[in-house]
Design a protein around this ligand. Structure first.
Ligand code: SAM
Length: 278
Protein backbone atom coordinates (compact mmCIF):
# COMPACT_ATOMS: atom_id res chain seq x y z
CA UNK A 1 0.00 0.00 0.00
CA UNK A 2 1.40 3.46 -0.90
CA UNK A 3 1.93 6.01 1.88
CA UNK A 4 -0.80 8.18 0.33
CA UNK A 5 -3.31 5.29 0.36
CA UNK A 6 -2.37 4.41 3.95
CA UNK A 7 -2.95 8.03 4.98
CA UNK A 8 -6.39 8.11 3.32
CA UNK A 9 -7.34 4.85 5.05
CA UNK A 10 -7.19 6.63 8.47
CA UNK A 11 -10.15 8.60 9.87
CA UNK A 12 -9.77 12.43 9.93
CA UNK A 13 -9.09 12.31 13.70
CA UNK A 14 -6.46 9.58 13.36
CA UNK A 15 -4.77 11.59 10.60
CA UNK A 16 -4.48 14.54 13.02
CA UNK A 17 -2.96 12.27 15.70
CA UNK A 18 -0.53 10.55 13.28
CA UNK A 19 0.74 13.93 12.11
CA UNK A 20 1.17 15.18 15.66
CA UNK A 21 3.26 12.12 16.63
CA UNK A 22 5.34 12.17 13.42
CA UNK A 23 6.34 15.82 13.83
CA UNK A 24 6.73 15.90 17.64
CA UNK A 25 10.60 15.70 17.64
CA UNK A 26 11.04 18.56 15.14
CA UNK A 27 8.33 20.62 16.87
CA UNK A 28 10.09 20.16 20.21
CA UNK A 29 13.42 21.19 18.64
CA UNK A 30 11.91 24.29 16.99
CA UNK A 31 10.23 25.31 20.24
CA UNK A 32 13.48 24.96 22.21
CA UNK A 33 15.53 26.79 19.60
CA UNK A 34 12.82 29.47 19.12
CA UNK A 35 12.95 28.93 15.37
CA UNK A 36 9.27 29.38 14.67
CA UNK A 37 7.70 32.48 13.04
CA UNK A 38 5.05 34.08 15.29
CA UNK A 39 2.27 33.11 12.86
CA UNK A 40 3.55 29.61 12.18
CA UNK A 41 1.72 26.70 13.85
CA UNK A 42 3.49 23.59 15.14
CA UNK A 43 4.27 21.30 12.19
CA UNK A 44 2.15 18.60 13.83
CA UNK A 45 -0.86 20.95 13.71
CA UNK A 46 -0.48 21.90 10.03
CA UNK A 47 -3.08 19.67 8.41
CA UNK A 48 -3.17 21.62 5.14
CA UNK A 49 -0.12 20.24 3.31
CA UNK A 50 3.64 19.91 3.61
CA UNK A 51 6.44 22.34 2.75
CA UNK A 52 7.55 25.66 4.21
CA UNK A 53 4.41 27.27 5.72
CA UNK A 54 5.71 30.85 5.72
CA UNK A 55 7.29 30.69 2.25
CA UNK A 56 4.11 29.20 0.78
CA UNK A 57 1.95 31.88 2.40
CA UNK A 58 4.23 34.56 0.92
CA UNK A 59 3.98 32.85 -2.45
CA UNK A 60 0.16 32.96 -2.22
CA UNK A 61 0.40 36.69 -1.54
CA UNK A 62 2.59 37.14 -4.64
CA UNK A 63 0.06 35.24 -6.77
CA UNK A 64 -2.79 37.40 -5.45
CA UNK A 65 -0.91 40.61 -6.25
CA UNK A 66 0.13 39.34 -9.69
CA UNK A 67 -3.12 37.76 -10.87
CA UNK A 68 -5.96 39.61 -9.13
CA UNK A 69 -4.15 42.90 -8.42
CA UNK A 70 -4.56 42.62 -4.66
CA UNK A 71 -4.07 45.97 -2.90
CA UNK A 72 -3.77 46.70 0.86
CA UNK A 73 -7.24 48.28 1.03
CA UNK A 74 -9.02 45.23 -0.47
CA UNK A 75 -11.82 43.46 1.40
CA UNK A 76 -10.91 39.80 0.95
CA UNK A 77 -12.65 36.47 1.54
CA UNK A 78 -10.41 33.42 2.06
CA UNK A 79 -12.58 30.31 1.53
CA UNK A 80 -11.06 27.28 3.23
CA UNK A 81 -8.68 29.42 5.28
CA UNK A 82 -7.17 26.33 6.94
CA UNK A 83 -4.66 27.10 9.67
CA UNK A 84 -3.83 30.56 8.37
CA UNK A 85 -1.15 29.92 5.76
CA UNK A 86 -2.30 32.74 3.46
CA UNK A 87 -3.71 34.90 6.28
CA UNK A 88 -0.30 34.95 8.04
CA UNK A 89 1.30 36.50 4.95
CA UNK A 90 -1.59 38.93 4.46
CA UNK A 91 -1.12 40.38 7.95
CA UNK A 92 1.90 42.23 6.48
CA UNK A 93 -0.11 43.50 3.52
CA UNK A 94 -3.80 44.22 4.19
CA UNK A 95 -3.92 47.61 5.95
CA UNK A 96 -6.49 49.23 8.26
CA UNK A 97 -8.59 50.37 5.28
CA UNK A 98 -8.92 46.78 4.13
CA UNK A 99 -10.20 43.62 5.79
CA UNK A 100 -9.78 39.87 5.75
CA UNK A 101 -12.46 37.25 6.41
CA UNK A 102 -11.81 33.51 6.27
CA UNK A 103 -13.91 30.44 6.98
CA UNK A 104 -13.17 26.74 7.22
CA UNK A 105 -14.72 23.40 8.17
CA UNK A 106 -11.94 22.40 10.61
CA UNK A 107 -12.44 23.97 14.03
CA UNK A 108 -8.84 23.44 15.20
CA UNK A 109 -7.50 25.53 12.31
CA UNK A 110 -10.04 28.31 12.80
CA UNK A 111 -9.40 28.42 16.57
CA UNK A 112 -5.64 28.67 16.01
CA UNK A 113 -6.16 31.59 13.60
CA UNK A 114 -8.50 33.41 16.02
CA UNK A 115 -6.10 32.98 18.94
CA UNK A 116 -2.94 33.95 17.07
CA UNK A 117 -3.85 36.17 14.13
CA UNK A 118 -7.06 38.02 15.14
CA UNK A 119 -5.50 38.74 18.54
CA UNK A 120 -2.96 41.08 16.87
CA UNK A 121 -4.97 42.04 13.76
CA UNK A 122 -8.54 43.04 14.56
CA UNK A 123 -9.52 43.40 10.89
CA UNK A 124 -8.81 39.65 10.40
CA UNK A 125 -11.86 37.47 11.22
CA UNK A 126 -12.14 33.68 11.10
CA UNK A 127 -15.28 31.58 11.18
CA UNK A 128 -15.80 27.88 11.76
CA UNK A 129 -18.57 26.33 9.63
CA UNK A 130 -19.48 22.70 10.50
CA UNK A 131 -19.78 21.29 6.97
CA UNK A 132 -18.97 17.69 6.12
CA UNK A 133 -15.79 16.80 4.24
CA UNK A 134 -14.61 13.18 4.34
CA UNK A 135 -10.91 14.15 4.15
CA UNK A 136 -10.99 16.71 6.96
CA UNK A 137 -13.81 16.08 9.45
CA UNK A 138 -16.83 14.08 10.52
CA UNK A 139 -19.37 16.93 10.54
CA UNK A 140 -22.77 16.57 8.89
CA UNK A 141 -23.50 20.02 7.35
CA UNK A 142 -24.08 20.07 3.60
CA UNK A 143 -21.69 22.29 1.59
CA UNK A 144 -23.83 22.06 -1.54
CA UNK A 145 -26.68 23.84 0.28
CA UNK A 146 -24.50 26.25 2.28
CA UNK A 147 -25.18 29.99 2.08
CA UNK A 148 -22.03 31.99 2.91
CA UNK A 149 -22.76 34.10 6.02
CA UNK A 150 -22.01 37.40 4.25
CA UNK A 151 -24.19 39.98 2.50
CA UNK A 152 -24.34 40.40 -1.28
CA UNK A 153 -21.49 42.48 -2.78
CA UNK A 154 -19.35 42.41 0.40
CA UNK A 155 -15.88 41.64 -0.99
CA UNK A 156 -13.55 43.06 -3.62
CA UNK A 157 -11.43 39.87 -3.84
CA UNK A 158 -11.78 36.22 -2.95
CA UNK A 159 -9.48 33.21 -3.13
CA UNK A 160 -9.30 29.47 -2.59
CA UNK A 161 -5.90 27.79 -2.42
CA UNK A 162 -6.18 24.02 -2.71
CA UNK A 163 -9.83 23.93 -1.61
CA UNK A 164 -11.80 23.15 -4.79
CA UNK A 165 -9.38 20.24 -5.21
CA UNK A 166 -10.92 18.75 -2.02
CA UNK A 167 -14.65 19.32 -2.56
CA UNK A 168 -17.42 17.55 -4.47
CA UNK A 169 -18.60 18.79 -7.85
CA UNK A 170 -22.08 19.91 -6.68
CA UNK A 171 -20.49 21.66 -3.67
CA UNK A 172 -18.12 23.54 -5.99
CA UNK A 173 -21.09 24.52 -8.14
CA UNK A 174 -22.83 26.03 -5.10
CA UNK A 175 -19.64 27.78 -3.90
CA UNK A 176 -19.10 29.41 -7.32
CA UNK A 177 -22.63 30.87 -7.12
CA UNK A 178 -22.00 32.08 -3.56
CA UNK A 179 -18.67 33.65 -4.58
CA UNK A 180 -20.47 35.52 -7.34
CA UNK A 181 -23.13 36.70 -4.86
CA UNK A 182 -20.74 38.01 -2.20
CA UNK A 183 -18.26 39.64 -4.61
CA UNK A 184 -18.81 43.26 -5.58
CA UNK A 185 -19.41 43.86 -9.32
CA UNK A 186 -16.08 43.31 -11.16
CA UNK A 187 -14.69 41.62 -8.06
CA UNK A 188 -12.12 38.91 -8.75
CA UNK A 189 -11.44 35.43 -7.45
CA UNK A 190 -8.30 33.29 -7.67
CA UNK A 191 -8.97 29.58 -7.27
CA UNK A 192 -6.80 26.51 -7.80
CA UNK A 193 -8.12 23.33 -9.41
CA UNK A 194 -7.11 20.11 -11.07
CA UNK A 195 -8.77 20.21 -14.50
CA UNK A 196 -8.63 17.98 -17.54
CA UNK A 197 -10.11 17.85 -21.01
CA UNK A 198 -10.27 15.19 -23.71
CA UNK A 199 -6.63 15.79 -24.75
CA UNK A 200 -5.20 15.61 -21.23
CA UNK A 201 -7.51 12.88 -19.92
CA UNK A 202 -5.27 9.96 -20.93
CA UNK A 203 -2.21 11.57 -19.41
CA UNK A 204 -3.93 12.24 -16.07
CA UNK A 205 -5.45 8.77 -15.97
CA UNK A 206 -2.10 7.09 -16.50
CA UNK A 207 0.22 9.20 -14.30
CA UNK A 208 1.31 6.57 -11.75
CA UNK A 209 2.36 9.02 -9.01
CA UNK A 210 -0.71 11.21 -9.05
CA UNK A 211 -3.80 10.01 -10.85
CA UNK A 212 -7.58 10.05 -10.77
CA UNK A 213 -8.76 6.52 -11.55
CA UNK A 214 -12.44 6.95 -10.53
CA UNK A 215 -14.24 8.31 -13.59
CA UNK A 216 -17.54 10.07 -12.81
CA UNK A 217 -17.90 11.48 -16.37
CA UNK A 218 -17.99 15.17 -15.33
CA UNK A 219 -15.08 14.73 -12.90
CA UNK A 220 -12.53 12.22 -11.64
CA UNK A 221 -11.69 11.18 -8.08
CA UNK A 222 -8.36 10.03 -6.73
CA UNK A 223 -9.92 7.74 -4.14
CA UNK A 224 -13.40 6.15 -4.19
CA UNK A 225 -13.66 5.88 -0.39
CA UNK A 226 -12.27 9.30 0.56
CA UNK A 227 -14.09 11.29 -2.11
CA UNK A 228 -12.53 14.63 -1.05
CA UNK A 229 -8.95 13.25 -1.21
CA UNK A 230 -8.47 14.96 -4.58
CA UNK A 231 -10.88 15.77 -7.39
CA UNK A 232 -10.18 16.74 -11.01
CA UNK A 233 -12.93 18.51 -12.98
CA UNK A 234 -13.68 18.07 -16.67
CA UNK A 235 -12.95 21.53 -18.14
CA UNK A 236 -16.15 21.94 -20.22
CA UNK A 237 -18.22 21.12 -17.12
CA UNK A 238 -16.26 23.60 -15.00
CA UNK A 239 -16.68 26.27 -17.71
CA UNK A 240 -20.44 25.65 -17.65
CA UNK A 241 -20.52 26.00 -13.84
CA UNK A 242 -18.47 29.22 -13.94
CA UNK A 243 -20.80 30.82 -16.51
CA UNK A 244 -23.94 29.65 -14.66
CA UNK A 245 -22.63 31.37 -11.51
CA UNK A 246 -22.35 34.73 -13.32
CA UNK A 247 -18.55 34.61 -13.39
CA UNK A 248 -16.16 35.03 -16.28
CA UNK A 249 -12.94 33.00 -16.71
CA UNK A 250 -10.20 35.61 -17.23
CA UNK A 251 -7.13 33.40 -17.14
CA UNK A 252 -6.13 29.76 -16.85
CA UNK A 253 -2.57 28.86 -15.85
CA UNK A 254 -1.94 25.09 -16.09
CA UNK A 255 -0.08 23.57 -13.15
CA UNK A 256 2.82 21.10 -13.22
CA UNK A 257 0.72 18.28 -11.68
CA UNK A 258 -0.18 17.44 -15.30
CA UNK A 259 3.24 18.06 -16.87
CA UNK A 260 6.52 18.11 -14.92
CA UNK A 261 8.01 20.26 -17.72
CA UNK A 262 5.89 23.18 -16.45
CA UNK A 263 7.82 23.16 -13.17
CA UNK A 264 10.89 24.61 -14.87
CA UNK A 265 8.68 27.48 -16.06
CA UNK A 266 7.98 28.38 -12.42
CA UNK A 267 4.39 27.14 -12.47
CA UNK A 268 2.46 26.08 -9.39
CA UNK A 269 1.50 22.43 -8.81
CA UNK A 270 -2.25 23.03 -9.23
CA UNK A 271 -4.00 24.83 -12.09
CA UNK A 272 -4.71 28.49 -11.27
CA UNK A 273 -7.96 30.05 -12.50
CA UNK A 274 -8.81 33.72 -12.40
CA UNK A 275 -12.53 34.53 -12.29
CA UNK A 276 -14.32 37.86 -12.45
CA UNK A 277 -17.88 38.73 -11.48
CA UNK A 278 -19.65 39.78 -14.66
C1 SAM B 1 -5.34 21.78 1.44
S1 SAM B 1 -6.19 22.71 2.65
C2 SAM B 1 -5.78 24.37 2.14
C3 SAM B 1 -6.01 25.38 3.23
C4 SAM B 1 -5.64 26.81 2.87
N1 SAM B 1 -6.40 27.32 1.77
C5 SAM B 1 -4.16 26.90 2.59
O1 SAM B 1 -3.77 27.07 1.43
O2 SAM B 1 -3.38 26.76 3.53
C6 SAM B 1 -7.90 22.60 2.20
C7 SAM B 1 -8.81 23.32 3.17
O3 SAM B 1 -10.14 23.33 2.67
C8 SAM B 1 -11.01 23.22 3.78
N2 SAM B 1 -12.33 22.82 3.30
C9 SAM B 1 -12.72 21.62 2.84
N3 SAM B 1 -14.03 21.65 2.51
C10 SAM B 1 -14.46 22.93 2.73
C11 SAM B 1 -15.70 23.59 2.58
N4 SAM B 1 -16.79 22.96 2.13
N5 SAM B 1 -15.78 24.90 2.90
C12 SAM B 1 -14.68 25.56 3.37
N6 SAM B 1 -13.50 24.97 3.55
C13 SAM B 1 -13.38 23.67 3.24
C14 SAM B 1 -10.29 22.19 4.65
O4 SAM B 1 -10.75 22.15 5.96
C15 SAM B 1 -8.85 22.67 4.54
O5 SAM B 1 -8.56 23.64 5.52
Amino acid sequence: MSLRKLYYSLSPNLRFIARKIYYSPIDAWETLSRKRHKYEPLKGDIYTGSGDFIKQGNHHLELLIKHISLVPSDHVLDIGSGIGRTASALTNYIDKNGSYKGFDVVKKGVDWCKNRITKDNLNFEFLYVPLQNDLYNQSIGDAKAFTFPYKNDSFTKSFLFSVFTHMQKDEIENYLKEISRVLKPSGQCLATFFTYNQETENFTASNPGFNFPVNKETHRLMNAEVTAANIALFEPELDRMIAAAGLEKRAFIPGFWRDQGLKAKGRDFQDVLILKKV
